[in-house]
Design a protein around this ligand. Sequence first.
Ligand code: NAP
Length: 295
Amino acid sequence: MYVVMGATGRTGHRIVEQLLQAGAPVRALGRSRERLAPLAAAGAEIRVGDQADAGFLADAFKGADAAYTLLPYELGARGYDAAQDRQGEAIASALRRSGLRHCIALSSLGADLAVGTGPIMSMRRQEQRLRDIEGLNLLVLRAGAFMENFYGSLEVVRALGFNGDAFAADSAMPMIAARDIGDAAAQALLARDWNGQVVRELLGQRDLGYAEATRILGQRIGLPDLAYVRLEGREALDALIQGGFAPDLAALYVELAHTISAGKVRSLEGRNPGNTTPTSFEVFAEELAEAYRAM
Ligand SMILES: NC(=O)c1ccc[n+]([C@@H]2O[C@H](COP(=O)([O-])OP(=O)(O)OC[C@H]3O[C@@H](n4cnc5c(N)ncnc54)[C@H](OP(=O)(O)O)[C@@H]3O)[C@@H](O)[C@H]2O)c1
């Protein structure tokens, strides 16, 4: 039995699909029976509860072979760090109570850095929390930036006619589609091919910067001259808050953007066939374009 947290979300949903397709039994966790219903119809056992509730999680983990864990958040909810720590502590406590032996934790590139990574710091703390659990076989998946982040850019493009964000135009970074993370996690769960504490990076198909990604997006949405503008300081914060970020999360995001733009968030493994995943930004941009046309 495999337990998947955040099963209605981007990575979790894909993992549940892949596991069910492989004929594996899945326990899918979420906060809403309604949102989980399609997964139940597809054959998953569903569990509805608060993912910051250690008792709920311990019950869900009981008797399972392995679990996929993550620290989801809502863009507009204040108190990002405290909420992330509450969820992280609940997961760690539930792992201890349930005696589950194999766990995947979704983390991020940059979790190796001790300062300046904004929203990634909570994943760094979670990695450490899970490393402290004796006897746990822990696989940390450190992913690059999600291509899905560009869904947020579509509103900006529609409203302003250019894409604006807090990243330097040309600082290339690994960008990955969430489905590729889901596929890698599902494969790892099925193989349970890690022992002790292991970190694997997932770097997407290639590194690219915001200017290049914006150019590709522009071509797909019929705006071949679509420009990218770097927003800084107060301007960046205001734009993020206007786009739905809670103020504390906006500040963390700007901090991360600075650190990425300075080239400090790097792969430790170096790109190789094992951490390179198939979906290119060109392919993903077709989906972005469809969403743009539907706006
Ligand atoms: N964006 C990036 O570039 C990036 C890069 C590296 C790592 N990450 C990490 O990836 C993780 C997100 O993965 P994902 O995209 O698969 O997740 P997601 O789609 O954002 O969310 C997963 C699911 O979690 C559930 N959930 C439970 N408690 C929640 C809460 N308090 N707030 C929001 N959702 C909650 C939601 O389902 P229900 O509402 O149905 O319960 C949601 O569908 C985060 O930890 C993020 O930091 C992101």
